[in-house]
Design a protein around this ligand. Sequence first.
Ligand SMILES: Cc1ncc(COP(=O)(O)O)c(C=O)c1O
Length: 455
Amino acid sequence: MITDEHSMLDAYKSALPNSRILYEKASALFPNGVTHDLRYLEPFPVYIEKARGSRKWDVDGREYIDYWSGHGALLLGHCHDRVMKSVTGQLTLGTHFGACQIKEIEWAELVIDIIPSAEKVRFTSSGTEATLMAIRLSRIFTGKNKVLKFEGHFHGWHDQVVPGVNPPYEAPVPGTVRGAMSMTVLCPPNDIKAVEKILRDDDDIACVIIEPTGGGFGAIPTGGDFLKGLRKVATKNGVILIFDEVITGFRVAPGGAQEYFNVLPDLTALAKILAGGLPGGAVTGRKEIMELLEIRQDRDWKSNKKMMHTGTFNANPVSAAAGIETLKIVKSGEPCRKANELAVKLRKGMNGVIDSHGLNWCVYGEFSGFRYLLGHDQLLARAGDFNPYDYDYRKFKDPATVSLKHALRRGMLLNGVDTTANGGMTTAAHTNEDIGKTVDAFDRAITWMKRDGLV
Ligand SMILES: Cc1ncc(COP(=O)(O)O)c(C=O)c1O
């Protein structure tokens, strides 16, 4: 039994002994012992063994309410019965046919039915591949080279989109091909005049790519007015507008941010919920751009137009099985509505806790997201009054708060909740009871942090 006499760090070490042992092994195998940068946690991460609904259990048998939600891939929660039945049914038929297969058709039909701007689809294996494809298609279509992207926005980890994700935004990114930085033109978020100026001064821009609810799923939020302005400016300048809906697609509304804000991009990158918790991605959009993937015999097409595209796991039948069942359920709008509604309650409850502790923190976000800001310089009557649209975007994603965020995450884990270091996402599997327990856990974690002198 962990008591209040332990420091939180000591309590964490003794409460998760099996995770600690696994991490020692993992450290000899993986850089930093992890397989994804965000899964790194000091002094060691938690190792999860199984999950169901809104819960997951670690290798020490501890239960957690989960807000990682499969990095956003699980709007229906873990192991939804219908999704699991579809996946296990497919597993008995085969995992890879090296051939066209029936499920890819139903999967694409659902995408075209649900996503407003979708005319044709190409499946990929991940969101990174989807943004890579959308950008390359844009270059072929326009005959131009560069990408305009917004500071703080994340689109995966290929060369053209890694610049400007985290502060300092203009810093070069190690390992990208020399010159990559000059091919990506960074723009401050939510500044339509800056976009207009860049497009006026530089006639070599093929596309504008944006996370349509803002960088880091609204860590730096973006509103519908900006998207509408962007649509106009892109059309006026003959630039392709790409919505990266890898996280917002099927989440903020069934048809993603484009449905919610009623703004249609030329191309959309999808992944995560698309494949129902299994690996998968897609690009969809205007027919005449998507057709650049077609194989045609004329020489000009082959040498100047055709976008080469392969990928061993494109439209994998098991991912398709999970994706089809998930999209059929998501289509009703009910899972999005429920997850969004629970997140409102969660943000409100957590902000109440922050007020009761008198901290200059807040939990903000929109739709099913919640984001921690562990320190701000606003004079607010209540944490819930924080308006991220009025805040200097350069102060979000502050690296100075990383160890505090790790401490908070440890505190939450010790109290039966797994959020990311930055916040998390609700799902349709969460309940009001989960929200109440999470708010209590947040309260206890902060009390412990205060006692340890961390806040
Ligand atoms: C908005 C956005 N774009 C692209 C990606 C990259 O997707 P993947 O991790 O499937 O490569 C992510 C992943 O978190 C994302 O959130």
